[in-house]
Every structure is written in C-alpha cells, then in structure tokens.
Design a protein around this ligand. Structure first.
Ligand code: FES
Ligand SMILES: [Fe+2]
Length: 416
C-alpha cells in the first residue's frame, strides 16, 4: 500500500490545476482503498435523518466500505451509532436495513445488547465473564438540523464548525420532525468522484435534464463557488428570505468541504415540478410562512448534497461501493402530517429528481467508460461553468495531499 500512497501523492502534486484527474483516481482498486482509509474512514459522513428513527429502538444500518454501522435511537432519545459486529464471534447483529427492537439481539447466540450498545445478557459464559467488557463498539455520531453524521475515526475531526454553519440555515425547516415520503437508491457504475464532479456543475443540464431545467437555473454561480454576491437577483432573494428569518447568504468553509446558500428558482418557481407549482399542499415547516423561498443548497464532501424547498426537501447520500460503483440514495422529506394522495401525489413529488438521477447515472457511467480508454488524458474544466468541479477536485487534492504527506488532519494512522 505504501507504493500506492506515494504514487498517488506524486500524481496529486504533479497534476495540472483545472484539469480532471489521472485515470487511476477513477478506476484503480488500490487508489479506492486509499480513498476509503483517508477520507471515508476518517471524515464525518451523512448517513440518514433523525426522523427516520423517531422512537427508541428504531434503527437503520449503513455500510461504509468494509464497515457496517447500526444507527439506533436510545431509550434516552439520543441517537447512537454502533459497530454492527457482535463482540462474541463477530456476527452482524442487525441484518435488516431498517427495523425496530426493544434490544439488539445477535441472531447467532442471542447475546443481547442495550440500545446504547452495552451488553445486557450473554447466556452461560461462565463466572469469570465480565459483560461490561463486551459492549458493541461505539462510532462517533452527531445530529445537526435533522441530519445524522457519523465518523469512523478513532479521533474524529471537530464537527462543530459544520454544525455552527449549517444549523442556522436548516433549523427553521424542522427536518427533525419531517417524514420521508419516498426513498430511492441507485447504483451508478462510476467512481464516487465522478458522481461528485457531475453534481458540481450544470454545464451538462441543458443537454441532459429537460425536467429539472424547467425550474433549476443553470447559472454557474449556483452550482459553483462564487456565491453570486454581485448578482442583483440573488442578492434580492437573500434579502427577502433573511427578512422572514431564513439565513440565505452563501457560505463556504475555509477548507472548501461544505457550503450552504439559498438560491432562487427560475421564474420564481416554488418546487421541483414541471409546472413549478408546489408538489405538497402543506409546507414542510410550520416556521416558514412563504412559498417562494427558492432552494436551500448544502453540500458536505464526501457524502451529501441537498435541496430544501418550502414544500419538501430532497436529500442525497453518496456511498462508495468499489472503485467503479457508487450508491446514491435520494430521500424526499415532507411535513410529518402530509398525507399521500391528499396533500401530495408521490408520482408528482418524485418525478423530476427521479428522471434527473437517472439521467445523471447515464452521464456518469458514460464518463467512467470513456476514461477506461487508453486514449484518455486529463482534460480542462470550463472556467465559466465548471468552477464547482474544479473546487471539488482541489478540495480532494489538498485533503489527500495533506493526509498522504503526514501533514494533515486528523491523525494519519493507516487502518490497513
Ligand atoms: S456471534 Fe453474536 S452471539 Fe455469538
Ligand atoms: Fe445532473
């Protein structure tokens, strides 16, 4: 692995700024392993929403590379993240993707764990057995604005700067109390970085997303990182939203890992429908008293990008599966009291982004295939349209460089 790490480091150091990466970053299994160890096993990852585990005992599981993690609401209401590996002989304790249980009981020999991971009961293990030494291992877990994040690192990075930025934007939308109306997971046959590169520009939108383009502006300042502060229409939108208590101005953190901004939709559309009219006849949050608030955008590398509208929210989760496969999970959140068939039609609610996701999947897969050709060489990003992509690749480059060279944060101990 050492050779791969130095090979990767030298490619990152010699890369041409403003250009795509060398081929191995997009398809090499060893490079993928280095990504897992340095980003996915170290950083904060969005896994799901508080409202998906509303009551004690509600749980979901998530796989991150080789890890399986249980996210479970404890008796005290706190959300816990636990390694899904029994402390007896290692069986997965929860085999289901989602469920509800009074305790977590391993299916193999019925070791029984409390919802905080402590071992309550293990049959006939002898007098010298000390159950307090065999609780499920803890995973760092934080909840912010209705989003659950975990970190697999032994010493997680400081979560607070993200919380401090994100919560003022998100708390008014009360996603903690929402409900997931629909969820889809698609597998894109492309590296996770290709999924992100595609997400961070709308250069491809006009040619590929007829449904989304009815409401979502292609304006590169929206997908990019300029913030559109000098665009009068955006400035007016921010002023209007901030006047009703909705923080909206563009903010990006100093490392470029996350960004929040509230952007207007085309022709003052309310929602991502073909007509631009609302898809849900009940606002997502009781705290928001207007419909035309555009879309609150948030990205946090490497796992999530988001759109929060007045009538619903759409959240995206990226999970790497292999060097050439990535799972993208999309959730549509609505007010918890909104009733399907009465307050919204599921087909209308999900239509635009279901189509858009599938179009993006095709684009990413063609991109991945083309990169396999020996004729591939890194190509230039458009300065006008692809500033967001360049920003993502720069974030990745700086982040990996600092970690691979031993200067980075957090600790660089390899898990291999
Ligand atoms: S492996 Fe879990 S109880 Fe034996
Ligand atoms: Fe797209």
């Amino acid at each position: 692995m050492m050779d791969i790490r130095s090979d990767m480091l030298s490619r990152l150091r010699n890369r041409k700024p403003g250009y795509t990466l060398d081929r191995p970053f997009y398809n090499d299994p060893d490079y993928f392993q280095v990504d897992l160890e340095n980003i996915w096993y170290k950083d904060w990852l969005f896994v799901g929403h508080d409202c998906e585990v509303p009551n004690p005992g509600n749980y979901m599981t998530v796989d991150v590379g080789a890890y399986s993690v249980i996210i479970v609401r404890g008796r005290d209401g706190k959300i816990n993240a636990l390694h899904n590996s029994c402390r007896h002989r290692g069986s997965r304790v929860c085999a289901e993707h989602r469920g509800s249980a009074a305790n977590l009981v391993c299916p193999y020999h019925q070791w029984t764990y409390d919802l905080d991971g402590s071992l309550m009961f293990a049959r006939q293990m002898g007098d010298n057995f000390d159950p307090s030494q065999f609780g499920l291992k803890q995973v760092a877990c934080e909840s912010a604005g209705g989003y659950i994040f975990i970190s697999l690192a032994d010493e997680p990075m400081n979560f607070e700067p993200f919380r401090k930025t994100m919560e003022p934007y998100f708390l008014p939308h009360r996603l903690r109390e929402a409900k997931v109306a629909y969820e889809s997971t698609i597998i894109e046959k492309g590296n996770w970085k290709l999924v992100w590169e595609n997400n961070r520009e709308c250069y491809h939108c006009a040619g590929n997303h007829p449904e989304l383009c009815k409401t979502y502006p292609e304006n590169p300042s929206i997908s990019g990182v300029s913030g559109a502060a000098d665009d009068p229409e955006t400035a007016e939108h921010w002023a209007k939203c901030e006047a009703i208590g909705l923080p909206s101005k563009f903010q990006i953190d100093e490392d470029g890992q996350f960004r929040a901004a509230r952007m207007p939709l085309l022709r003052d559309a309310i929602s991502y429908t073909i007509s631009g009219r609302k898809a849900v006849h009940m606002r997502l949050s009781d705290q928001v008293n207007q419909d035309r608030i555009g879309t609150l955008l948030l990205f946090h590398y490497p796992t999530t990008w988001n759109h929060v509208l007045s009538d619903h929210a759409i959240t995206f989760r990226v999970m790497p599966i292999s060097a050439t496969e990535t799972a993208v999970t999309t959730k549509w959140l609505v007010h918890k009291d909104a009733v399907e068939g009465i307050d919204y039609r599921l087909e209308e609610l999900t239509h635009v982004w279901t189509e858009t996701n599938d179009q993006d999947r095709q684009i990413v897969e063609e991109n991945a295939r083309g990169i396999l050709s020996p004729a591939y060489e890194p190509g230039p990003y458009s300065e006008v349209h692809e500033g967001g992509v360049a920003q993502f690749v720069e974030w990745y480059t700086r982040f990996m460089e600092s970690r691979l060279s031993g200067e980075g944060k957090p600790s660089l101990r390899s898990v291999a």
